[in-house]
Design a binder for this molecule. Structure first.
Ligand code: NAP
Length: 168
């Protein structure tokens, strides 16, 4: 099973503020949906609760929520109490590629423990003030290629590049 993460980050690694995203990029939302549909996704409890109620659990995906709260329950989602347990639950379901979808704490732990071998990173061509950041990582440990680019138009107000990183 491939353990992947998927994130959209600004040039200064900003990813969120006040438990919200920093931008509205429908083309990136579409990429996220197409890439993760049919798979298990792993989310931190805060990121999960930041998703508007009508969109959660994310449809057509097995939602696995990580929390330290032993009493936390969500209908139609699996609750785990560590990132490793969440990955094992995905594996036990016969998953081929599991997606860690954030937020900041979960990305940081996944990167620090080298749990991830593939990253889908949307690099937004702007800097943002934020309270949550994607961790810096060694570029030389990864091979990257651009999958597509997002141009500004009436719906997408920022330029971005969607890249795939594979661990060397
Ligand atoms: N730009 C992007 O691509 C992107 C993607 C995702 C999220 N975001 C942004 O990121 C922000 C949310 O990130 P965040 O760092 O605040 O929170 P988070 O990582 O989503 O969730 C943190 C929570 O996860 C649980 N947790 C963390 N580590 C754990 C562990 N080792 N074992 C068990 N449970 C653990 C804890 O839940 P309990 O407190 O319940 O114990 C903790 O409070 C939001 O602003 C969101 O919009 C951005």
């Amino acid at each position: 099973m491939i353990v992947s993460l998927i994130v959209a980050k600004a040039k200064n690694n900003a990813i969120g503020k006040n438990n919200n995203l920093l931008w509205h990029l429908p083309s990136d939302m579409r990429f996220f949906k197409e890439t993760t549909t049919g798979h298990c996704i792993i989310t931190g409890r805060k990121n999960y609760e930041s998703i508007p109620e009508k969109y959660r659990p994310l449809v057509n995906r097995t939602n696995i929520i990580v929390t330290r709260n032993a009493n936390f329950k969500v209908r139609d989602a699996i609750i785990c109490h560590s990132l490793e347990e969440a990955i094992e639950v995905a594996r036990s379901k016969g998953e081929t590629e599991v997606f860690i979808i954030g937020g900041g704490q979960i990305y940081k732990e996944a990167m620090a423990k080298c749990l991830v071998s593939r990253m889908y990173i949307t690099e937004v061509d702007a800097e943002f003030e934020a309270d949550t950041f994607f961790p810096a990582f060694e570029q030389k440990s990864w091979i990257s290629k651009e999958l597509s680019s997002i141009a500004t138009d009436e719906k997408n107000q920022l330029q971005a590049s969607i890249k795939l990183y594979e661990r060397k």
